[in-house]
Design a protein around this ligand. Structure first.
Ligand SMILES: Cc1cc2nc3c(=O)[nH]c(=O)nc-3n(C[C@H](O)[C@H](O)[C@H](O)COP(=O)(O)OP(=O)(O)OC[C@H]3O[C@@H](n4cnc5c(N)ncnc54)[C@H](O)[C@@H]3O)c2cc1C
Length: 500
């Protein structure tokens, strides 16, 4: 079908047509919308979002103390200066994103309460058809788009990951998943057990410790934490000198990125020294008598999992104050009054909070078909963690684990805009990542090397994810320092891109 015929058919069926359809109005989708307006002016686009507002992660997570665990100079967009303390609350991040939306006229492009469930690619029409439901009216909605930009994040927003433990039904108190924090939860004076020791536990515990009776963090194994002031003195000095906010943003980003690169390199070259430095930071708050060896010394190498930053050591200070404590053990079963541990000890609880992570969802729980054939993403090979072999006109945004997510969202957005402009210049309407002759015998490996990075939700979902090859084009490196130079230099006429 020609472009004109597509528009005419879409109008006849009351299907709205756009050059680009973005799914998700989190940090990636809003950033994508911004970059489209700047780098591809005149491109029609829509952002489809299941929730009632923008923010994604920052809208979904409402537990007390929800905040970033990386700095906002790099978690913030490259184009919008961050002007406050580096670790930000949920409300501050939502305000920042709200400003990006209003300052750039993105509001009118977003459709909220639109949950997309089906995406069909037609090679004869060179078009995606998306189908979903308006959650406020129950109405079925349909859109067509030449290009699909998947900014749906990496986990199911409607529910967190809840393992099954024996006896859960017997527990007489309340079980809470932080991703679905109940507004009516009264924890004042209550005995609380938080299961898990990731960033969620470390931010939730200091936020509730003062008000609850006591909070125990129950972990199977310890996690690394980094401590420090929630301040960047250089940023404060430059502000004091009345330097332009955009300059400060750029300078501070460069400084943070440089320091992170040194830290990451050292985590690989001298893991033991880095480990001892991290543990010293923990000891500085907990004192020499605390059993750091049992409760804060992980079994894995630093940086194999994301390292949460604990601003001003607040989580550790809650432990030092006696309002919070850590138990390292395993759950035998839930009981009426709490949790029986494998060691035989019991933890009494009025409320049990399961900070046990996410349910990975690949591409927003959407059923994809390509020319009528169901698409199984695990049968595809990833093109640099952005596109998939055999899947035309589609990019997904999966940010960095070890650096701020948004650094990659910005880089991927530049790539998408360049690709869209290239399609236009070539007069092509379809681009499909395809293994080249030299890639045919390439060994295919799991999406990410578990030796390199292995958080639970990735390991649990690895079988759903695309494969990687042994060449840079077919890998998701998770390395900002490589990708920041390689992405802008990608040759769009390389044989890995087949145009039609
Ligand atoms: C509590 C918490 C703190 C974090 N802190 C940091 C941090 O400090 N630094 C960092 O780098 N990362 C952090 N992360 C990781 C974080 O999720 C990402 O950095 C980032 O916010 C993801 O943004 P996103 O827009 O790609 O996806 P999301 O924030 O997940 O947003 C995706 C959006 O897509 C929508 N969507 C999904 N499927 C569909 C569908 N089928 N139809 C319509 N809409 C759909 C969702 O409703 C959602 O609004 C944190 C995560 C959590 C949970």
């Amino acid at each position: 079908m020609t472009e004109m015929a597509i528009l005419a058919e879409a109008a006849a069926q009351q299907i709205e047509h756009f050059d680009v359809v973005i799914v998700g109005a989190g940090i990636s989708g809003v950033g994508g919308a911004y970059h489209l307006t700047k780098q591809c002016p005149g491109t029609s686009f829509i952002v489809l979002e299941a929730q009632e507002s923008f923010g994604g992660t920052w809208l979904t997570h409402r537990y007390p103390g929800t905040r970033s665990d990386s700095d906002l100079y790099t978690f913030g967009y490259r184009f919008k200066p961050w002007t406050s303390a580096p670790i930000a609350t949920r409300a501050e991040i939502l305000d920042y994103m709200g400003e990006v939306i209003t300052e750039n006229g993105i509001d009118s492009h977003i459709r909220y309460r639109h949950t997309i469930s089906v995406a069909r690619w037609s090679s004869s029409d060179k078009l995606w058809t998306l189908e979903g439901t308006r959650t406020d009216t129950g109405e079925t909605v349909r859109f067509t788009g030449n290009f699909l930009w998947m900014c749906q994040g990496y986990y199911r927003h409607s529910e967190g990951y809840m393992p099954e433990w024996r006896g859960m039904k017997d527990f007489e108190g309340r079980i809470v998943q932080p991703q679905n924090w109940p507004e009516d939860l009264d924890y004042a004076g209550k005995k609380i057990v938080v299961i898990g020791s990731g960033a969620t536990a470390a931010t939730l515990i200091p936020a509730i410790a003062a008000e609850c009776g006591h909070v125990t963090m129950l972990q199977r194994s310890p996690t690394f934490f980094r401590t420090g002031r929630n301040a960047i003195p250089l940023a404060d000095d430059l502000r004091e000198l009345d330097i332009d906010a955009a300059w400060i943003h750029e300078i501070v980003r460069k400084k943070i990125l440089y320091e992170q690169s040194v830290f990451t390199r050292r985590s690989f070259t001298e893991p033991e020294t880095v480990k001892q430095e991290l543990l010293a930071g923990v000891r500085a708050h907990l004192g020499p008598d605390y059993d750091v060896a049992t409760h804060f010394t992980p079994r894995y190498r630093p940086w194999r999992q994301r390292i949460a930053f604990v601003p001003d050591g607040d989580f550790l200070e809650a432990i030092r104050s006696g309002k919070a404590s850590v138990v390292t053990d395993e759950i035998e079963s839930f009981t009426e009054a709490g949790i029986l541990l494998k060691s035989g000890e019991t933890l009494e609880a009025d409320i049990i909070i399961t900070a046990t992570g996410f349910n990975l969802n690949v591409l927003g729980d959407i059923d994809f078909t390509i020319d009528g054939e169901p698409l199984n993403f695990s049968d595809t090979v990833t093109y640099r963690g952005m596109m998939f072999t055999g899947v035309p006109n589609m990019v997904w945004v999966f940010g960095y684990f070890r650096a701020s997510w948004t650094l990659r969202a910005d880089l991927v957005a530049d790539f998408v805009c360049r690709l869209l402009n290239h399609l236009k210049e070539k007069g092509a309407r379809q681009v499909t990542p395809t293994l080249r002759p030299e890639d045919q015998d390439m060994p295919l490996l799991p999406w990410i090397d578990p030796e390199n990075f292995n958080p639970g939700y990735v390991i649990r979902g690895m079988h759903l994810l695309p494969k990687r090859g042994d060449k840079p084009e077919w890998q998701h490196t998770q390395d900002y320092w490589v990708e920041k130079d390689e992405f802008p230099a990608i040759d769009l006429d390389d044989g890995a891109f087949v145009y039609a």
